[in-house]
Design a protein around this ligand. Structure first.
Ligand SMILES: [Zn+2]
Length: 100
């Protein structure tokens, strides 16, 4: 396989703030952030439809994992789940940048 390292920016239209939200989201959902960090994330999410969708999908995935009953508290999403969510989120961000 020719796995070239594409330095393509998947998040070309993404807000730096959105990227930061994404980086911290799993900690946020695990309740591991400080109140100030949570407030910052919630304030951003309120005004950012792609992030709203993303958080909703993430929560659904976590709930689905809980319903499987394997773990009482799913500490981490699987890499596959994370990747799928990240792709969906990036796509939402791209759509936001498109024609209204
Ligand atoms: Zn956002």
């Amino acid at each position: 396989m020719s796995d070239e390292s594409h330095h393509r920016h998947v998040h070309s239209s993404a807000d730096p703030a959105c990227l930061e939200i994404f980086a911290r989201l799993s900690d946020y959902l695990d309740g591991e952030l400080t109140a100030a960090d949570c407030d910052a994330i919630q304030a951003h999410i309120r005004d950012c439809p792609p992030c709203i969708d993303f958080v909703a999908s993430l929560r659904r995935s976590i709930e689905a994992a809980q319903h499987l009953g394997c773990e009482e508290r799913p500490a981490a999403l699987s890499a596959e789940t994370c990747e799928r969510l990240r792709a969906a989120w990036a796509e939402s961000l791209r759509r936001r940048g498109g024609p209204a």
